[in-house]
Design a protein around this ligand. Structure first.
Ligand SMILES: Cc1cc2nc3c(=O)[nH]c(=O)nc-3n(C[C@H](O)[C@H](O)[C@H](O)COP(=O)(O)OP(=O)(O)OC[C@H]3O[C@@H](n4cnc5c(N)ncnc54)[C@H](O)[C@@H]3O)c2cc1C
Length: 441
């Protein structure tokens, strides 16, 4: 059969790269693996950053790729990264582009790049079933695979509201729909007033970059709450909570509330307790029904995101410096429309407030994945309980009916969060890759 591949990995980011590394280390042959993704294998959306100001939000001992050698990255960083500004009281927070370089090197160490087949394209459609999966690529080619692992990661952001262009061709540079790489920074004039739509880690990256480039204009942050995630503290896990039996969502919340100290959330004491709670949460999450997962996320998803994704000390320091100079202001609300003219850009909020600036950056996070949507539409997959991606079982097999799964289609990475819990950080994804490689070998 022409173009028949043994095992295809869809995606070229961190998840795809660590999947390759763990498969090779378990004895799967290079010639049986084909990676499909448009960029350098290992960088993906998270670590393919042009900006030197975009840093990891975790200290050096936390991105763990090999569970038996947790300090592998920390050692590599010490030898290969020259970045005096990485050092803080809470540990070393390296640039994301340097972490991308590390992941690319892992691949090079495992195999010469020409020995691993990577097709530089995106998969538009995945059809077929079990024995043969048909993949349609955006370079007009098609191929057939016996097994497929989806590692498509974080879908690039889309505007969360209507965008009205009053001068369609000449004004689009005012609208930065995807700020993840940081390329937009080159074109920003220091006097511009910048609107950041969203108040999470992407907004903090932009603040760190603008402040680092000595920005002089105003920065407006549009968010439902005037709060940024807390700064990482030098936390260390001290103990292990003794969880009660049969934890319901309500009991989980009560238990976590009682376990967490009343200290501030940016203190080492509070963050240590939070990190002691985390290792058990995925197993508990997996026991909840789809309805329980949905209502828990609806009630507490924003709080979870706030404290789970803490910020690097560098970004919070940059925010404080802008604040001292009265150069940054929160505007509370949600955008319902963005209007862009030749002269400026205006965000109209649902509460009637209008915010005007020279440029707007979309810092609202991931969009929805077209490939996963397509799988749901043709009935090859079902939505996960949160409706964010597709459902998988605890062995990462894609579900096609409630209780039924494919034996030749898997997914790892952030898309598995609705089914499996907190799988967003690099170390959680690497663990999934390690477990799936064991199954496949
Ligand atoms: C901007 C950003 C910053 C982050 N920072 C951190 C951090 O500091 N620390 C941390 O622990 N975690 C961080 N994360 C979390 C992140 O989810 C993981 O660390 C990890 O990088 C995710 O890897 P991934 O390969 O699953 O996804 P991604 O990094 O999103 O890579 C997925 C890749 O797959 C490609 N792809 C998508 N669809 C297709 C398709 N249909 N066909 C072919 N290719 C496709 C994409 O183009 C992309 O290159 C960050 C995430 C983002 C988005």
């Amino acid at each position: 059969m022409p173009n028949l591949k043994e095992l295809v990995i869809i995606g070229d980011g961190f998840a795809a790269a660590v999947m390759v590394v763990h498969l090779l280390q378990r004895g799967i042959s290079r010639s049986s693996i084909t990676v499909i993704g448009p960029g350098d294998l290992g960088k993906g959306n998270a670590y393919n950053c042009a900006s030197l100001f975009f840093r990891l939000n975790v200290r050096e001992d936390l991105p763990i790729v090999f569970s038996e050698d947790p300090l592998h990255f920390a050692r590599w960083a010490e030898q290969n990264i020259n970045d005096p500004q990485a050092k803080t009281e809470a540990g070393y927070f390296y640039r994301r582009q340097d972490f991308g370089r590390y992941v690319c090197e892992l691949i090079t160490q495992e195999c010469e790049s020409d020995q691993l087949e990577q097709i530089k394209a995106k998969v538009l459609n995945l059809t077929g079933a079990e024995n043969n999966w048909h993949l349609e690529l955006d370079n007009q080619s098609t191929l057939i695979a016996k097994k497929v692992i989806i590692a498509a990661g974080n879908p690039s952001p889309n505007w969360p509201c209507k965008v009205t262009l009053q001068q369609p061709t000449s004004v689009t540079p005012r609208l930065i729909e995807n700020p993840w790489t940081g390329h937009f920074l080159e074109s920003i004039d220091a006097q511009e007033n910048i609107i950041l739509l969203g108040g999470g880690l992407t907004a903090l990256d932009a603040i760190n970059a603008l402040e680092g480039r000595k920005h002089q204009g105003m920065v407006y942050v549009i968010a439902p709450r005037a709060l940024f995630p807390p700064e990482q503290a030098p936390w260390q896990k001290q103990g292990q909570p003794s969880w009660p039996q049969n934890v319901s969502p309500a009991r989980l919340i009560r238990f976590m509330r009682n376990y967490l100290p009343s200290a501030p959330t940016n203190s080492a004491e509070w963050q240590s307790a939070w990190e002691e709670l985390r290792p058990n949460l995925n197993a508990l999450w997996q026991q909840f029904s789809p309805h329980q997962k949905k209502s828990l996320f609806k009630r507490l998803g924003w709080l979870w995101s706030l404290y789970r994704f803490r910020a690097s000390p560098q970004t919070i320091a940059a925010y404080q410096r802008l604040k001292e100079k009265n150069q940054i202001q929160f505007v509370m609300g949600r955008a319902k429309e963005i209007k862009c003219s030749e002269m400026n850009v205006t965000a109209l909020l649902g509460n009637g407030i209008e915010v005007e600036g020279d440029r707007i950056l979309n810092c609202t996070g991931v969009a929805s994945d077209q490939l996963l949507q397509q799988l749901i539409e043709v009935g090859l997959a079902i939505p996960d309980p949160l409706g964010h991606a597709i459902a998988v079982d605890k062995n990462f097999r894609v579900m096609h009916l409630s209780g039924e799964h494919w034996n030749s289609l898997w997914m790892i990475g952030p898309g598995t969060m609705g089914s499996l819990g907190d799988v967003i950080a690099a170390s959680a994804i690497a663990k999934q890759a390690e477990q799936l490689a064991i199954q496949l070998s």
